[in-house]
Design a protein around this ligand. Structure first.
Ligand code: KET
Length: 449
């Protein structure tokens, strides 16, 4: 043995010695040497953090934590909105693999810091993807787009900017909405209120309530709108209703903040899903947009997205961008390069873009076929209730109408994991697992009220 590792004197020497022996692969069997013998271990009374209470798990991501702990072979995770194949496996799109190969083989690529605003090419292409190739606001340089950390980071940066520079601090979010929205906006310094959105009785849009609530919102308030495939309800306004919402919001000077996490997942078509946002841009008014490539390119862990702010003039847009940089720099300095490079490689190449749209449509279609299968399975079992909302709702989720007791029952008895509001991620289902889910829903509805 290395003599320097033997007979340590002081306690810090002893720690270094133990670590060195650990790294050298020496077994630590002597009681004196073991990590648990350190004076800082044992009781937490000495810790300056001993008052810290355990926080709750996240209502969505915590579902995966619980799922991972369950040893059952039939367990099923329908919690987080993440696409799975028919085999229940995560999917890396072929087009993403191709783009990554192109990037790896390009020796001119380096790992320098990106600018604070991210990869310029990615920003341009992202704006074009949502606003359309011939968008006047883009041509007039009235749009500033900054690369952010996926949809969540884009919402946060947008909210921090609004809290600092916008005339109103109130943001209206739909009831219900994605569970992270109220936390993001509150922590950014905005004050959160809700507008009616979903009617549990009809399992459809409460358009009347929505119009009433936005009509009585204070002038200039910010309004969070899901661009398409509303999460968790799977219920979107019709184009006619969008037009009414647009007119109402513009007449009251309400500021639209679009959250687009599912472009392409509602209809299977990127342009069709961008329509509501494009209606608001076409009227010449201002708005914010948070875009995510987590779902539609399957780039979840790459944390790639963008914040766009459409302004009235190029001059205002340039000044807004300079302030976005001041929000971003102390928060995370500048964004990561890999995901942005993948997205840019796909969006700028016609063949790769076309291939992406085909793979995206295939994901959307598989989800639609799961809706049909689940609906038919419940009908075949004679499960009490009208389950037609399963096929009517759009996007990744079905808002089943199951209550939290029924959800707990399904988790306990059937090892099916989902959020307590009764939302299931249809993308996590496969032909093989539909019968198991249908059995669980059937039993829950019959046995638990
Ligand atoms: N907006 C909405 C509406 C949304 O559903 C999500 C993610 C995001 C933004 C943020 O996604 P990001 O990965 O930051 O680009 N929703 C799913 C995952 C999650 O909760 O983090 C979900 O609802 O399961």
């Amino acid at each position: 043995m290395n003599p320097e590792l033997a007979s340590p004197s002081s306690s810090s020497d002893r720690r270094i010695s133990v670590l060195a022996r650990h790294l050298a692969g020496v077994e630590m069997d002597s009681k004196n040497d073991s990590i648990s013998a350190f004076p800082t271990s044992g009781s937490d009374n000495n810790s300056v953090f001993s008052h810290v209470v355990r926080g709750p798990e996240d209502p969505i991501l915590g579902v995966t934590v619980a799922y991972n702990k369950d040893p059952s072979p039939v367990k099923l995770n329908l919690g987080v909105g993440a696409y799975r194949t028919e085999e229940g496996k995560p999917l890396v799109l072929n087009v993403v693999r191709k783009a990554e190969l192109l990037l790896v083989n390009d020796r001119s690529r380096v790992k320098e810091y990106l600018p604070i605003t991210g990869l310029a090419e990615f920003n341009k292409l992202s704006a074009k993807l949502m606003f359309g190739a011939n968008c006047p606001a883009i041509q007039e340089n009235r749009v500033t787009t900054v690369q952010c950390l996926s949809g969540t980071g884009s919402l946060r940066v947008g909210a921090e900017f609004l809290a600092k520079h916008y005339l109103q601090r109130t943001i209206y979010i739909p009831q219900p909405t994605w569970g992270n929205h109220p936390k993001i906006f509150t922590l950014a310094g905005l004050s959160v209120k809700t507008y009616r959105y979903y009617d549990p009785a009809t399992r459809g849009l409460n358009f009347q309530g929505l119009v009433e609530d936005l009509s009585s919102a204070s002038s200039g308030a910010i309004v969070l709108l899901h661009a398409c495939a509303h999460n968790p309800t799977g219920v979107d306004p019709t184009f006619q209703q969008w037009e009414q919402i647009r007119k109402l919001m513009r007449s009251k000077g309400l500021m639209p903040f679009f959250d687009s996490a599912y472009q392409g997942f509602a209809s299977g078509n990127l342009d069709a899903d961008a329509q509501p946002v494009r209606m608001f841009v076409a009227d010449g008014g201002e708005l914010l947009l948070a875009q995510s490539y987590a779902k539609n390119m399957g780039l979840y862990g790459e944390r790639i997205g963008a914040l766009s702010i459409v302004c009235k003039t190029a001059d205002v847009a340039a000044r807004v961008e300079s302030q976005l940089k001041l929000v971003i720099r102390p928060m995370y300095s500048n964004p990561p390069i890999h995901g942005a490079s993948i997205v840019a490689a796909i969006l700028k190449n016609r063949d790769l873009y076309n291939e992406w749209t085909i793979e995206l449509k295939a994901m959307a279609d598989r989800i639609i076929s799961m809706r049909q299968k689940l609906f038919e399975a419940l009908r075949a079992r004679g499960t009490p209730g009208d389950w037609s909302h399963i096929v009517k709702q759009i996007g990744m989720f079905t808002f089943t109408g199951l209550n939290s007791k029924q959800v707990s029952f399904m988790t306990k008895e059937y090892h099916i994991y989902m959020t307590s509001d009764g939302r299931i991620s249809m993308a996590g289902l496969s032909s093989k697992t539909v019968p198991h889910l249908a059995d669980a829903i059937h039993a829950a509805v019959k046995q638990v009220v």
